[in-house]
Structure formats: structure tokens, C-alpha cells
Write a protein that binds this ligand. Structure first.
Ligand SMILES: Cc1ncc(C[n+]2csc(CCOP(=O)(O)OP(=O)(O)O)c2C)c(N)n1
Length: 367
């Protein structure tokens, strides 16, 4: 296991002191330490492609390569700027990628990580990006990367599960009274019995699954967006166009930010049965609590600006109950629910497979 503090020092000694990316649970110790170690030069970007953009801007300004970190799920978001901006045939901008390897072949993982994990190295090979699996010899590896990057290369360090040591760091916390799970319970208790719920990637879907198990209400009306972070709102908008009932999307602030452009399109095209709820905890809570700009932006103003007319806000249980009532009585509606960070340690994972989930929902909708 690599001590993350020594790893950060090693990066700094080799000239890397600017970071941009989206966090990952496999990188959570590294992200926590780097946030403390590098301060304002450690940036959590909205998506992985944006991180490549930030790294490019940094290089143009300082002539020094940046580090871009991500879970391998985010490679897809980064492919376009890596190939059409940073590639040696375009602007030729070197950088170091640090990539969490979910779904590594032979290592048990969730279904959404299997295909991506299988092709992670191959994908970099096809893109002409040298990739190295990080091991305890990190100091040699980092100095090799620094030398190659100094000659203009892009190199990816692939990080296996349990490579980095954990790191205790207190990310800024907020004082809102509800947790995400409490909010979810109120929402699922208050909406109509036939309503569909599309939930976002991470612990929201895991909590929704457990809530349905506990209440015995079945999983047929839920679509758990276990992968494709940032797309639950579009899945729900697509569903709303033909489903003969309300379609609620329960999103996270990190997921909302990741593909925020879709919000304006969804406001325009979705049906009157579209009900979009962002649970804002100001962080990527599911992968370690790294801060988003969720509490720095005004999501309600963004939603209004995107064209939603019925925009609600709730900060406690009473307000949440009241706004769900209002959301039910108007047509298309959106809400931002402010909650504190935190989740249960013993939170489980869906036992149902994604295909079973898909089939159950399609069957429900065909009734
Ligand atoms: C494209 C992509 N990048 C990163 C991840 C890793 N990831 C899974 S959940 C999550 C955090 C989601 O944050 P948010 O939407 O705010 O919900 P919260 O966890 O706070 O409830 C991240 C970064 C991913 N699954 N996909």
C-alpha cells in the first residue's frame, strides 16, 4: 500500500503541483491528502473532460504539466479533449493521468464497472497513451513519468483497489438537518403509488433500493442509474415523454453539475409529468465526501434560468413534505433539497441485476 502523503510529496518533488479531476473511491485517500497538501491547486472539476481542459490551460500558462485524476468510468468524458486537444497531433499538451481501476479483471466489482474495467488498459493503448499500473515502486515510476512528460508525453497511472492508504481529512461539512436517506424516505412515502423514480449513481440508488426492500413495495417502479453518472435526469426526461404517469428523477449535486447542459434541454422537452429533484449535500458523498460547488452555486436560479417554472427548495423535513405536495399538484416541477453529508456504514448494494431492473420497469410501464 502506498502512503498517500509520501506519494503527494513525491509528485511535488517531480514538479507536479496542479491537479484537476473527479474523485473516485479508489482515490479517496489520495484526494483527501492532495486537497490538504496542494490547497487551491487541487480542483474538483464538474466532469473529467473539464479536468483535461483545466490541465491544458494550466500548461499554456505555466509551461508545466498538470495531473488529471479520475475513476476509469470517467475516461469516456475525457476521450474527446485528450484526443482533439491534448494529443500530439493537435496542441500537444502533456499531462499525467491518475486513474482508479474499477472492474479490474479478476477483482469482484459492481456490474457497471465490468466492461470499462476490462478495456481500461486497451483503451489507453488505442489512444496512444502509455499506461502503467502503479505499485509500491511509485517513486521510480513517478520520476520516469516526469521525464517522459517533460518530453511531451501523456502518461496514465492506473490505480488498483487498495493501492493508496486511507487518509483522515475533514472536508467542510454543513449543518442541514436532514440526511439524504431521510429525504429519500420522505419522497418515496409521499409520491403517488404508480410514480416512477429514476435515481442517480452512487449511494442514492443504494439507499433507494434498501428503502424499497424495507417497505416491501418492490423495485419495479425504480430505475437505478448505477453507472453513467450525470445522465439520470435525461433518462427520466426520455421516460416522461411516453410514460403514462409521473416520472421523478432524484439526482445528486455532483451528477447535476457533471452534465448541467442537459438541464436546459430537459426543461424544454420533458413532459408535464417530469419531476426533477436534486439532493444537494455539496459533495461527492458516495466516493469520499470531496466538495462540489453545490453550496457555492444557486441551483434554483440555474433551474429557473434553464426554463423550469415551478422551482422549489427545502432544507428540513417539514419543508420537504410541503414541497412534495406542491410538486404533485403542478405539472413539470423541480426541487433542490439541502441535506448534510453522511450515510449508514452498513449500506448494502442492489442484489437485483441491471437487466432485472430494466425488465421489471419495462413490464411495469407496459401495464
Ligand atoms: C463519469 C463518472 N465519474 C466518476 C464516477 C464516480 N462516482 C460515483 S458516485 C460519485 C459521486 C456522486 O456525487 P453526487 O451526485 O453529488 O451524489 P452523492 O454521492 O453526494 O449523493 C462519483 C464521483 C462515476 N461513477 N462516473
Amino acid at each position: 500500500m502506498i502512503d498517500v502523503r509520501s506519494f503527494c510529496e513525491c509528485l511535488k518533488e517531480n514538479g507536479f503541483d496542479f491537479f484537476a479531476g473527479v474523485p473516485d473511491s479508489l482515490l479517496s485517500g489520495f484526494c483527501a491528502c492532495a486537497e490538504e497538501f496542494f490547497g487551491k491547486r487541487f480542483i474538483i472539476s464538474a466532469n473529467e473532460g473539464n479536468a483535461v481542459g483545466l490541465a491544458a490551460g494550466h500548461y499554456l500558462a505555466e509551461g508545466r504539466a498538470a495531473v488529471v485524476f479520475m475513476q476509469n468510468s470517467g475516461i469516456g468524458n475525457a476521450v474527446n479533449p485528450l484526443l482533439s486537444l491534448a494529443d500530439r497531433d493537435v496542441y500537444h499538451i502533456p499531462m499525467l493521468l491518475i486513474v482508479g481501476w474499477r472492474g479490474e479483471p479478476g477483482v469482484k466489482d459492481e456490474p457497471q464497472h465490468i466492461a470499462q474495467g476490462r478495456i481500461t488498459q486497451e483503451l489507453f493503448n488505442v489512444m496512444g497513451i502509455e499506461n502503467i499500473v502503479l505499485n509500491d515502486n511509485y517513486s521510480e515510476t513517478v520520476s520516469y513519468c516526469a521525464e517522459m512528460i517533460g518530453r511531451g508525453k501523456i502518461i496514465a497511472l492506473i490505480v488498483r483497489k487498495n493501492t493508496f492508504s486511507p487518509y483522515e481529512y475533514n472536508f467542510a461539512k454543513c449543518n442541514y438537518s436532514m440526511t439524504r436517506e431521510q429525504a429519500l424516505e420522505i419522497i418515496t412515502d409521499s409520491i403517488g403509488e404508480r410514480d416512477i423514480v429514476v435515481s442517480t449513481t452512487g449511494k442514492t440508488s443504494r439507499e433507494l433500493y434498501e428503502l424499497r426492500e424495507r417497505s416491501g413495495s418492490g423495485h419495479g417502479r425504480d430505475f437505478l442509474t448505477v453507472g453513467s453518472m450525470g445522465h439520470a435526469s435525461s433518462i427520466a426526461a426520455g421516460l416522461s415523454l411516453s410514460a403514462n404517469r409521473n416520472v421523478y428523477c432524484i439526482d445528486g449535486d455532483g451528477a447535476f453539475l457533471m452534465h448541467m447542459g442537459s438541464c436546459a434541454v430537459n426543461a424544454d422537452i420533458s413532459g408535464e409529468n417530469y419531476k426533477y429533484i436534486i439532493i444537494n449535500n455539496g459533495s461527492h458523498e458516495s466516493v469520499g465526501g470531496q466538495p462540489t460547488v453545490g453550496f457555492k452555486m444557486n441551483a434554483e436560479t440555474v433551474l429557473r434560468g434553464c426554463g423550469f417554472k415551478n422551482v422549489f427548495r427545502a432544507e428540513n423535513v417539514e419543508e420537504l413534505r410541503s414541497i412534495i405536495g406542491k410538486m404533485k399538484s403542478v405539472g413539470k416541477a423541480v426541487a433542490v433539497i439541502y441535506v448534510r453529508q453522511g450515510s449508514r456504514k452498513n449500506l448494502g448494494r442492489p442484489v437485483m441485476t441491471p437487466i432485472e431492473n430494466r425488465n421489471a420497469l419495462m413490464e411495469e410501464l407496459s401495464e
